[in-house]
Design a protein around this ligand. Structure first.
Ligand code: SF4
Length: 235
């Protein structure tokens, strides 16, 4: 199979079965379903990145949600975290619509790609370090393919931050030693790319106000502008 392009990489990722625990979990979740989605066919496979191959900004999450991306087959699509994230991207002119309901809803991203360091839904949203490491080669390859245009990245949460830094290093960017700690609003220069930290738009963070819509927009706006993407002024 041709592995040279991002579309081909995405196809290969969707067929991966390297982590027995996650394969079992994603498939069992797809069989059992949540009652509200009982009439839907779940994706139940690894979820590839979403967005154009010449993206200038990459958003790195954690892993697909069991009844969100694991159901719809597209990153952050069909769950509350995605509702918050896509609304922010739309407000900043980086997405064609504010909602992400299913994979064929017509949503397009402008200059932005969204991926995750673990492509399969994990129990309790907690991949093991071994599963994170097993999935890293997919992220490294994705970064290598995006490298010609990629100029900024936002890691959503400490897991994404800690998984992304070594992947950026393996893909050829310069990473600082010791490895910088995650913080909301953190910014680290990796050669020709700026990595930003942002709290994950999980329900726990957004319901408690730890991450407000304004906080999320501020980080995304700064990262997008750093990457050379036009965004409207704060309103
Ligand atoms: Fe493959 Fe990554 Fe899923 Fe593990 S988490 S099975 S490495 S796609």
């Amino acid at each position: 199979m041709d592995t040279s392009g991002l579309a081909a990489l995405d196809e290969r990722i969707a067929d991966c079965r390297a982590c027995p625990r996650l394969v079992a979990w994603r498939e069992e979740t797809a069989r059992a379903k949540r009652p509200a989605f009982a009439d839907q066919a779940y994706w139940g496979r690894p979820v590839p990145g979403f967005g154009p191959p010449d993206a200038r900004l990459l958003i790195v999450g954690l892993a697909p949600a069991a009844h969100g991306a694991n159901r719809t087959g597209r990153m952050f699509t069909g769950d509350r975290s995605g509702d918050v994230l896509y609304e922010a991207l739309y407000d900043l002119g980086l997405a064609s619509q504010p909602t992400a309901v299913h994979a064929d809803d017509g949503l397009e991203l402008y200059g932005v790609r969204i991926t995750a360091p673990v492509h399969c839904a994990p129990p309790a949203n907690k991949p093991t370090p071994g599963e994170r490491d097993a999935c890293r080669p997919w992220l490294v390859r994705e970064l290598e393919l995006l490298r010609p245009t990629l100029r900024a990245a936002v890691a959503l949460g400490a897991f994404g931050w800690q998984a992304a830094l070594p992947a950026f290093g393996q893909a050829g960017w310069t990473t600082p030693r010791p490895r910088p700690a995650f913080a909301h609003g953190a910014r680290v220069l990796l050669g020709d790319l700026d990595l930003f930290g942002c709290f994950h738009p999980s329900q726990r963070n957004t319901f408690t106000g730890r991450l407000t819509p304004a906080m999320l927009r501020d980080v995304l706006r700064t990262a997008a502008r750093t990457a050379g993407l036009p965004t409207p002024a704060p309103g």
